[in-house]
Design a protein around this ligand. Sequence first.
Ligand code: GGG
Length: 355
Amino acid sequence: MKKTYHIAVIPGDGIGPEVINEGVKVLKKVAELDGRFEFKFAYFPWGCEYYSKHGKMMDDDGIEQLKNFDAIYLGAVGYPGVPDHISLWDLLLKIRKSFDQYVNLRPITCLSEDVCPLKHVKKEDIDMLIIRENSEGEYAGAGDWLFKDKKEEVVLQTGVFSRKGTERIIRYAFETARKAGKALTSVSKGNALNYSMVFWDQIFAEVGREYPDVETYSYLVDAASMFMVQQPKRFEIVVTSNLFGDILTDLGAALTGGLGLAAGANINPERKYPSMFEPVHGSAPDISGQGKANPLASIWSASQMLDFFGFEEHSKRLIKIIEKLLKETECLTPDMGGNALTGDVGDFFVNILES
Ligand code: GGG
């Protein structure tokens, strides 16, 4: 009997539906050719357009509706007319927090020197996994706006670092590094952030004592940004806070082909709740509706989903096809210097999978 995976698809805004279509196309083909499993996709029309009609980004019981799916596949959120903090907090961050997706996995792997702006490094030198804390830190939503519109106006945005939250992400990173036989680098800022990041560094050292077999490094985030450009080979597995991870992974995307290639997974490791797979990029309103968005990040995120379900071979196969596509170049979307359409890229995958 075939195993069925139930996937909640939230195409979202702008180019979200365009890139998600290609990911779904590829996932369907992988399952069809494998034969042991199938996907059933249920679509949810949530996002900024939904907000403009209903005054909310998702149904009131949206989290309840998503609860029993095996995974969530999300396109992009945000569109002019809806303030970005509303679209982010009322959909993307709401799902991450409600389902305790405290691990954000963003691979920074260069698959072709042609798409890397660094001429002094080889593609093999850029191959890291950034593990971003995804539930608290600077994105805890804690703060206040005092004396609004007065001369004394003060705004506070508090980073929240609980022992539980900090320990579990660092432990997850050590486990990942141990399993992969790779070095683990912690990125923080203990010299300036004299509470949160001193605490982070302390917990990194504490947990690290349980993993004497894992080689560790610690960098300040400013130095880490510089090293990522100058000597990316230094990094294998990286663990960092929510904000630093968000920023460093965009930097990483720039080194490996741009946001069109940057994939992300929001994981609830205990599998108590669904995990969510999404391209790192936003909704790119300037190019939406033109059929020229790059779906590779969305397809790469689909490959992370396959890996999460235990289909490592299929996951690796998709990455190999991305590598082939970048090498052969006839199927590149305009952001990568080609003329291919979004649908052509999905078709490229289907043709290779079938061959
Ligand atoms: N692909 C989902 C999306 O639209 N992301 C935009 C974004 O700003 N994400 C912020 C984050 O990952 O924390």
